[in-house]
Design a protein. Sequence first.
Length: 174
Amino acid sequence: MKKNLNPKLKKIKLLVMDVDGVMTAGQIAYDHLGNEIKFFNVLDGFAIVLFRKEGFKTAILSARFSAAVQVRGEDLKVDKIVQDAYPKLEAYKKLARELGVKDDEVCFIADDLPDLAVLKQVGLAVAPANAVPEVKKIAHYVTAKKGGDGAVREIIELILKAHGRWPKIMKAFS
């Protein structure tokens, strides 16, 4: 973790997530009919639900369209699902306007070159452990976990802890 991340974490109101390599391990499978299959991490999903219950906003920003992503996003009640977003920066700017947040109130977790412009724009740029070196280099934080293996949960927990919400959450489950 880079030094003094807490001030950035405390400003966050919106978590924007890339999909392939972040919410998933970055693999795409197809069934015999050509339908895309993705595997999402349950711990990440539960963290997204907790995050929203604490009043934070969430969004998915993906350069590709996937019906599986739409279904997963709706299942988690993600505030905004933006797919076919390429280049991503313009889609991000529109998303931020629609959700009423400033750049410094946004955390974006992403892993690959198409994400660089948005990562440079937001207040908190996060890369999962499996991100490409160029993304890790500009990230404010690189998770210990890989995409699809708890990276989203890791950053959500850090944000919730910085906002002082973690003790209340823990008490509810104790």
